[in-house]
Design a protein around this ligand. Sequence first.
Ligand SMILES: C[S@@+](CC[C@H](N)C(=O)[O-])C[C@H]1O[C@@H](n2cnc3c(N)ncnc32)[C@H](O)[C@@H]1O
Length: 221
Amino acid sequence: MTELNVWHNVDNYFTDKLLPDNSCLTAALLANKAAGIPEIDVSPTQGRFLYLLTKLKGAVNVLEIGTLGGYSSICLAQALSKEGKVVTLEINEDYASVARKNIRHAGLEEKIEIIVGPALDTLPDLKKRGHFFDVIFIDADKPNNPEYLKWAVKLANSGAVIIADNVVRNGAITDINSMDERVSGVQQFIDLLKEEPRIEATAIQTVGVKGYDGFVLAIVN
Ligand SMILES: C[S@@+](CC[C@H](N)C(=O)[O-])C[C@H]1O[C@@H](n2cnc3c(N)ncnc32)[C@H](O)[C@@H]1O
């Protein structure tokens, strides 16, 4: 068996054993595929990790940067208590429109607000509206990760959790000569995490149905 097959099989094993049937998420993936949306959402086990982390945190307000078809937005929102809300930012109106339908189908339209536009334009409005967040999931265009981190710190409640996906880039993260802006964006993001005095962080490498990658987990003190 190749490495990739092993990662797939083990991920599928844990999905089958540990994750409850979630018809809203299954329907969202089918709707995304039918709409031709790229299959770059988090995996089921990663979505469950986001759900558990949000629940562990007892989060009330969640910010997501990068909605796609709303798969991870639904995972985050399903972890919230009655008064909890997710604000999710998406640049692509077509993706946002599919996400809206998926969210409505999941019965979560009261809990998830999608804001359409480049996140660097919409983040300042959140500050103006006096929004602060307990969990912030950064999962959009990687070159902007350093700016997203600066906004995350500004918009974080004390003790907020930040999760940033795709920080390993199939191992390219250690290539200091990389010409790939997504890699250099994540490298600058990692440097900023280290410099920011309010932040304590780690990074965890992952394998699974999405291949070899990893995420940053941080808290803002
Ligand atoms: C990896 S996908 C998000 C996946 C989603 N979090 C999930 O797991 O279901 C990244 C998304 O970020 C969006 N995006 C890219 N650049 C953006 C920007 N500047 N502002 C807001 N969203 C952006 C893309 O259109 C895409 O939908």
